[in-house]
Design a protein around this ligand. Sequence first.
Ligand code: CP3
Length: 344
Amino acid sequence: MFDRFLRACRREATDVTPVWFMRQAGRYMAEYRALREKHTLLEICKTPELALEVTLQPLRLGVDAAILFADILLPLEPMGAPFSFEKGEGPVIHEPVRDRAAIDRMRVFEPEEGLGYVLEAIRLIRRELDGKTPLIGFAGAPFTMASYLVEGGKSSDYFRTKQLMWGDPESFSLLMSKISEVVRRYLHAQVEAGAQAVQLFDSWIGALSPEDYRTHVAPHVKNILQSIEKTGVPVIHFGTNTSTLLEAQRDCGGTVIGVDWRLPLGEAWKRIGYDHAIQGNLDPLLLCAPRDVAAARARAVLAEAAGRPGHIFNLGHGIVPQTPVDNVKALVDVIHAYRHEGAA
Ligand code: CP3
């Protein structure tokens, strides 16, 4: 049971399909909301005891892995770009980075110095979970992080990011290189602190054409992933809206490729190749649909995997705050009760 998730990452046979959820800790849980009444999101992230508490909250739902409670934007502050989370707006970068001078000022820091609190949280969590549940660490991928830095917050079209990418490719590349080196060191430090797998979140990469991905993003992502894969720890390479990017994304690296719901899982796996494990891919909004509808669609995802070792069940993206917590528990039970036809 303990190593279901890790075995599936290595494409080894498991008793049942392992399952965990992106954003499995968060506002849909009453115990998370209660803690958030007393602390800001950044306070929770920066206090290892609180990060530990929140990381453990969703484990009562029966998931097969824990994910470190943190945020992909945390490295921006030690790089020199402080930000805050504003109610209803999401992240706000106090001074967006839009020109060469600002990019030159961005710092590449040592993880123990800039993000020691995350590494301490990992050590605490490992002590608590050892032999029970494996721990996933994570970081944001350079394009997704750059988009927040350049836009100053969330965006629907990545206007300023693309202006920089096409208008001043040299400066964009410098920014991407600096973020990549930060992320590379940060993920290595997470593995050293005890993370048993890591996920690279390239959540907004689907905004790019395959050509722009290959030219402006792939070399940076490759640098990170090929370096981390040398540790032997499984690496999950995740993106959304990647129907046209899957092969290019796979070529950059990752033991496991994370896919969203826009492609049937079987089709995505065939294109990625069976020499990789796959993670996904139920539409997260199905957790707000009638339970029998969600269960049927979850079984359809499992059927797409066809009993091949190397499928980790997840959503195509994070759990949304409106999700009833009982639906999440019920879904975990559906996944664990499922048996592939012909299996013993
Ligand atoms: O998955 C987990 O349970 C681990 C924790 C985690 C958080 N953020 C905590 C969080 C993880 C893995 C992330 C990743 C993250 N953060 C991503 C990539 C994954 C994705 O969802 O695409 C991105 C793009 C961010 C940046 C970010 N953080 C945004 C855009 C927001 C605001 C979103 C919103 O719904 O308001 C956050 C805030 C954030 N990070 C919350 C949580 C639980 C919201 C909860 C709160 O305000 O308390």
